[in-house]
Design a protein around this ligand. Structure first.
Ligand SMILES: [Fe+2]
Length: 131
């Protein structure tokens, strides 16, 4: 079973953002699968690198949309993205491939952060678009 199951509660209704969120969910699930399978550190690291790269790309796409639309919550939203990136940049590959409990905490963090961020913050932006 994937760590994050996509469901309607994760849809913002903005096509481009939803498509990118699905890719992020897939990458987190891939990272989880790689860790659970006990893949070698190098293999886990490659998935983590992909996840980081795609996250940077996605955040920047989202922020561009926010600036273009004059979204009032832009700065607070960008701060959330930055804090998340700092958190993720701080992950050491040892934390995913060393102690299983720590790996689980890291994966739960990714899952909780992304799903909460989408359901609350990204949806707030989407609602402002349709208002
Ligand atoms: Fe966001």
């Amino acid at each position: 079973m994937p760590l994050i199951e996509w469901d309607a509660s994760l849809e913002t209704g903005i096509g481009m953002i939803d498509a990118q969120h699905r890719i992020l969910v897939d990458l987190i699930n891939k990272l989880d699968a790689s860790v659970q399978e006990g893949s070698p550190a190098k293999a886990v690291e490659l998935v983590l690198v992909d996840l980081k790269k795609y996250t940077v790309y996605h955040f920047s796409a989202e922020e561009t949309l926010m600036v273009r639309s004059g979204y009032a919550g832009f700065e607070a939203h960008r701060d959330q993205h930055q804090e998340f990136m700092e958190e993720v940049d701080g992950f050491e590959i040892d934390s995913l491939t060393g102690a299983p409990d720590v790996a689980q905490d890291v994966l739960e963090f990714l899952k909780d952060w992304l799903t909460n961020h989408i359901r609350v913050s990204d949806k707030d932006f989407a609602a402002a678009q349709s208002a």
